[in-house]
Ligand binder design. Structure first.
Ligand code: ADE
Length: 231
């Protein structure tokens, strides 16, 4: 897979994407990560990439020529162009899986107050938010999106790491887990986990996953019920 990240701060990358599972995927060639600096597409000597919005209001907007030129420089047929924006659809495991299935992903980090709307209409396929809060710019959002996608690529996770058992892997939150010692500060590991009865353990964990999801995330629980055809 190829991922291009468009940004005003290319020095921020790969950053955290250079370590752990993502770093391994990058080094093994499973994913090729490039950064593109919007500044290189400025139309003047001073490197201007932003301007005040028509109609007034705070902040600056990315110029449409700069944004479209940067995207079009890297775009290949079939590439998916994502713009990070607090206004976008909220990132989910399902969206990450969808993006992981495209061969070429272009993640344009939003800067300033955003991008001229005509440029968005011209070249952006989907606007994606990583949650209902506001970041200083889209770079952290771009990293989060790239991370959720890269770890889903076939071969990115080792044998001991599983995407299926993750929270949301089956539409439920992950059950609580325990390791050594059997008793920690007077708290014992649930007996059933030491029983060796894998059928019972699976049932027990599933029950905990369902209870946790119902209590903590009623929104996820409702979606789960709908997907299972229960509701
Ligand atoms: N830019 C600023 N806030 C953001 C958010 N929550 N998600 C994506 N991009 C953003």
């Amino acid at each position: 897979m190829r991922i291009d990240i468009l940004t005003l701060f290319p020095e921020m990358f790969p950053g955290p994407l250079g370590s752990s599972i993502d770093g391994r995927a990058l080094r093994s060639g499973l994913v090729e990560l490039n950064t593109v600096n919007y500044r290189d597409f400025a139309g003047d000597e001073r490197g201007t990439v932003d301007e005040r919005p028509y109609g007034g209001g705070p902040g600056m907007l990315m110029l449409p020529e700069v944004f479209t030129a940067a995207v079009e420089k890297v775009k290949t047929p079939g590439a998916v162009v994502v713009l990070t924006s607090p206004r976008g659809e909220v990132l989910s495991q399902a969206l990450a899986a969808e993006l992981a299935s495209c061969g070429h992903l272009i993640i344009a980090a939003g800067h300033y107050e955003g991008v001229d709307e005509r440029a968005v209409e011209e070249v952006v396929d989907r606007e994606v938010s990583i949650g209902d809060y506001v970041l200083s710019n889209g770079n952290l959002a771009a990293m989060v999106i790239a991370d959720t996608v890269i770890r889903l690529l076939p071969g990115a996770l080792g044998d001991s790491e599983s995407a299926e058992q993750d929270s949301f892997g089956d539409g439920l939150l992950e059950f609580p887990q325990y390791t050594r010692p059997p008793v920690f500060r007077g708290r014992a590991v649930p007996e059933i986990l030491l029983s060796g009865d894998h059928g019972k353990i699976r049932e027990y964990r599933r029950g905990l996953s369902e209870a946790l999801t119902r209590e903590r995330r009623p929104d996820v629980w409702e979606k789960f019920l709908t997907n299972e055809g229960i509701k």
